[in-house]
Design a protein around this ligand. Structure first.
Ligand SMILES: CC(C)(COP(=O)(O)OP(=O)(O)OC[C@H]1O[C@@H](n2cnc3c(N)ncnc32)[C@H](O)[C@@H]1OP(=O)(O)O)[C@@H](O)C(=O)NCCC(=O)NCCS
Length: 139
């Protein structure tokens, strides 16, 4: 049965919750899970964080999207992560729709997909670009 999920924009996020969902989604292997201060900066520097929480008393976090945007032209979606136990239930799509709702139709969304998630973004109607560029971080 699909669990009841509540989607919301949150101004901030507890660093341990952030780290847990990154780890439980599988994205933790390519994020600095060992570096709490960097994770805190990632949360503090984002200006659009959307969460998916189960509608139970504790409201556990099961998914999140962390974005940097000007709310006028562009948005970089840095993490879209759904805990493995909640994957393939529509939560990723729900988070993407919630981001789009907050951004409105004037704002484009850019992201770098891991190979496994390419189909997910294609199904969501996003276009693969041949002319996007990336300056990699050193560490
Ligand atoms: C990728 C991810 C965000 C998708 O979230 P999700 O909640 O599992 O996806 P949804 O249930 O909303 O799926 C929406 C649609 O995409 C499909 N889909 C989801 N993940 C897919 C995948 N890895 N490959 C192919 N199709 C996929 C679903 O079957 C569904 O299709 P439908 O509309 O035909 O029913 C989630 O699996 C995840 O967190 N993965 C690990 C971290 C990651 O890769 N994040 C993205 C990095 S940029």
């Amino acid at each position: 049965m699909t669990p009841s999920v509540i989607y919301a924009r949150e101004e901030t996020l507890d660093v341990l919750e952030f780290r847990r969902v990154l780890a439980e989604s599988g994205l933790g292997t390519i994020r600095p899970l060992h570096d709490k201060s960097r994770l805190r900066s990632m949360i503090a520097g984002a200006n659009l964080i959307v969460t998916a929480r189960l509608l139970t008393d504790e409201r556990p976090l099961i998914g999140l999207a962390r974005c940097v945007t000007d709310f006028a032209w562009c948005c970089y979606l840095s993490e879209l992560a759904v805990a493995e136990s909640a994957q393939r239930l529509g939560v990723g799509r729900g988070l993407l729709e919630e981001i789009q709702r907050h951004l409105g139709p004037r704002v484009s969304i850019a992201l770098v997909s891991v190979p496994d998630a390419i189909k997910f973004y294609e199904k969501a109607g996003m276009k693969k670009l041949a002319n996007a560029f990336w300056h990699p971080r050193a560490h």
